[in-house]
Design a binder for this molecule. Structure first.
Ligand code: GDP
Length: 508
C-alpha cells in the first residue's frame, strides 16, 4: 500500500491522543471523545454501538485514527444479529434475575430445561493469547448461532487486556459460578453422546456440560459438527467450552446454522476480521502502550511492514537464527516488501524515496538486532530508506499465565495489525490474529531446516481467515471420513497446515 498515515484527515489529532488518565480539559478537547461527533468510521460501519462510556475504553473510539477503514463492510444481517445478541446479553448477563435463577438451580434443573430463556456458553482459557483470541471469537459466533450468552472466565493473566465488548453488561463470569464449587453435576459431551446412542432419554441431560474441543482431545471432535449433536447440546443450559482451536469452519458444516452463517458473512473470509474487531478493544492500559509505540516508531513511515517471527524449535531440531534472518530477507526482497540490501555499500541515502518502518515481533531480541544492524549499515539497492527497525519487546520465553507478558503480546499483535503488509510465521495463531484483525493476507514464512533457506522462502495466504488446525474428518451423513474441501468450495486446506482448514472466498 502506498505509505500514507491512515486516515490522513485525522492526522492532526493523533499526537493529541492522551494516555488513560485524561483530565476533563483533555477529554473536552479531544474530538474522538466528544459525545456528539461519533462517526461511522469510529463505529466500524455499524459493527459497534455508540452507547459506551468513552473514557473507559479509549481504543473503541480512537482505533479508527490508527487503522485504515476496512474495505470489508459488515453485512446488514451480521449487524442485526449483533444487536440482537447485545439485547440477549443485557437481559441474561451476570447478576440478572435469569442468570441468578439458572445458576442457583443446581441439579434440580435437568428435567425442565426446554423452555428456558437464558442459556450460557462459558469460555475458558487454554494455550497462548493467539489461541485464546481465536477460540473466543469462535465461541462468540457459536453463542450467536445458538442464542447463548457468552461469559468468559478470565484469570488475573487476562483481566487487563480488553474492554468490555457488550453494552450495559459484562462478559466476565462471576466468581461464584457454581461449577467451580461443585463439579458433581458436570457431564462431558462424549458421555452424553454415548448415552444418547444407547437411547437413554435426553431428559437426563445435565445442567452444566463440558464441551471439549481441545486439539489434544480428538474423539468428540468428530461429532460436534453433526446436527444430531447440536440437537442435544441445545438442551443443556450451561456449556463450558474447553478449546484452543478456531473451530469456525465446523460451524459452517452444521446444516442448521449454515444458512444463517452465509447470510451473516457473504464474504466468507471476513469472519474473524469482523468478530475480532467487534470483540477485542485494547484496555486503556494496553492502548497506552499501543498508541505510544505507534506514534514513536511507525506513524512517520510511508510504509509499515510487520515481521512476526515465531520459532517452533523442537528438541531435535533447531533452526539457526541467521538462517531465519536470511529467509526473511529472501522473502522480503522477492516480494519487494523491503528494499534489497547492497552489501558492498555502507548506508547513504542520496535521495529519499519511500520510507519504511519495520516492526519486529518476536520472543527473541536477536532478530530485531540483526535486522537493525543490516539496514543501518548497508545502502539499499533502490535507495529506499528503512527508517527504523523496531522490536517492542523480547520476552525470551512464553509465559502465558502472566498479565504483563500478555499485555505485551496483545500490544504487538495489535501493532502488527496496523501495518500495511505482514510477513508471519507458519502455524502461529499469534500471527493469524494480527493479519485477520488488520484485514491482510500475509506472506507466510516456511519452516527452515538446518541452514537451508526454503525455496520459495514464503508463500502468500489465500484468505484473511485463521486456519483451523485440527478440523473434523467425519462425514455425519455417510458415517465415513471425508475431506471437507470436497464438500464445501469455500473451505481450503491451509498453506501452513496441510490437514487444517481455512474459510476462503468462493472465487479465491
Ligand atoms: P502461537 O503459539 O504462535 O500459536 O501463539 P499463541 O499466542 O497462542 O502463543 C504464543 C505466546 O508466546 C504468545 O501469546 C505470547 O505470550 C508469546 N509470544 C510468542 N511470540 C511473541 C512475540 O512476538 N511477542 C510477544 N510479546 N510475545 C510472544
Amino acid at each position: 500500500m502506498p505509505g500514507i498515515f491512515p486516515e490522513q484527515a485525522h492526522t492532526q489529532t493523533i499526537s493529541d491522543i492522551g494516555p488513560k488518565n485524561l483530565s476533563f480539559e483533555d477529554k473536552k478537547n479531544d474530538p474522538s471523545l466528544s459525545t456528539t461527533s461519533i462517526t461511522n468510521d469510529q463505529l466500524l460501519d455499524g459493527l459497534l454501538v455508540s452507547t459506551f462510556d468513552k473514557a473507559m475504553c479509549l481504543s473503541r473510539f480512537q482505533s479508527h485514527l490508527y487503522r485504515k477503514a476496512s474495505p470489508h463492510k459488515p453485512s446488514a444481517y451480521l449487524i442485526s444479529k449483533l444487536r440482537n445478541y447485545e439485547s440477549l446479553h443485557r437481559s441474561c448477563g451476570p447478576h440478572t434475575k435469569s442468570y441468578n435463577k439458572i445458576m442457583s438451580n443446581g441439579a434440580k434443573f435437568s428435567k425442565n430445561s426446554a423452555g428456558i430463556k437464558c442459556k450460557y456458553l462459558v469460555w475458558t482459557a487454554s494455550n497462548g493469547l493467539g489461541n485464546r483470541m481465536l477460540t473466543l471469537a469462535a465461541a462468540f459466533l457459536y453463542a450467536i448461532l445458538t442464542d447463548r450468552v457468552l461469559l468468559v472466565q478470565f484469570r488475573a493473566d487476562m483481566f487487563d487486556l480488553f474492554c468490555e465488548p457488550f453494552p450495559d453488561s459484562s462478559w466476565l463470569l462471576p466468581r461464584n459460578f457454581p461449577y467451580w464449587k461443585d463439579q458433581r453435576h458436570i457431564e462431558t459431551y462424549e458421555n452424553v453422546l454415548m448415552k444418547s446412542k444407547k437411547n437413554i432419554s435426553p431428559e437426563v441431560l445435565p445442567q452444566f456440560l463440558i464441551l471439549n474441543l481441545q486439539h489434544t482431545h480428538d474423539g468428540h471432535n468428530n461429532f460436534f459438527h453433526c446436527d444430531r449433536s447440536q440437537g442435544l447440546l441445545q438442551k443443556v443450559p450451561v456449556l463450558i467450552l474447553w478449546s484452543d482451536q478456531y473451530f469456525v469452519p465446523s460451524l459452517f458444516m452444521i446444516p442448521s446454522y449454515r444458512q444463517d452463517l452465509i447470510k451473516m458473512f457473504p464474504q466468507k473470509d471476513t469472519v474473524f476480521h469482523h468478530l475480532g474487531r467487534y470483540l477485542f478493544h485494547p484496555s486503556n492500559e494496553a492502548w497506552e502502550l499501543i498508541s505510544r509505540s505507534y506514534k514513536a516508531h511507525l506513524a512517520k513511515a510511508d510504509e509499515k511492514i510487520g515481521l512476526q517471527i515465531r520459532v517452533f524449535n523442537s528438541r531435535n531440531h533447531k533452526t539457526p537464527h541467521q538462517t531465519i534472518v536470511n529467509e526473511i530477507i529472501a522473502c522480503t526482497s522477492k516480494h519487494k516488501l523491503l528494499p534489497e540490501l547492497d552489501m558492498q555499500k555502507s548506508a547513504t541515502y542520496l535521495k529519499k524515496q519511500t520510507s519504511k518502518a519495520v516492526l519486529v515481533a518476536s520472543l527473541y531480541s536477536v532478530y530485531g538486532e540483526k535486522l537493525r544492524t543490516m539496514y543501518l549499515t548497508n545502502t539499499t539497492v533502490t535507495r529506499d530508506k528503512v527508517i527504523e527497525v523496531f522490536q517492542p519487546s523480547h520476552e525470551e520465553r512464553q509465559n502465558s499465565n502472566n498479565d504483563t507478558h500478555n499485555i505485551k503480546a496483545w500490544t504487538e499483535i495489535y501493532l502488527l495489525s496496523l501495518c500495511d503488509a505482514l510477513i508471519t510465521s507458519s502455524k502461529s495463531t499469534f500471527g493469524y490474529v494480527a493479519h485477520s484483525l488488520g484485514g491482510m493476507k500475509p506472506w507466510l514464512l516456511r519452516r527452515a531446516y538446518g541452514e537451508t533457506i526454503p525455496d520459495p522462502p514464503c508463500k502468500r495466504v489465500k484468505s484473511m481467515e485463521p486456519c483451523f488446525h485440527y478440523p473434523p474428518k467425519y462425514d455425519c451423513r455417510d458415517n465415513r471420513t471425508v475431506d471437507f474441501t470436497s464438500l464445501f468450495h469455500y473451505m481450503k486446506h491451509c498453506e501452513d497446515v496441510t490437514s487444517g482448514l481455512r474459510l476462503v472466498n468462493a472465487n479465491s
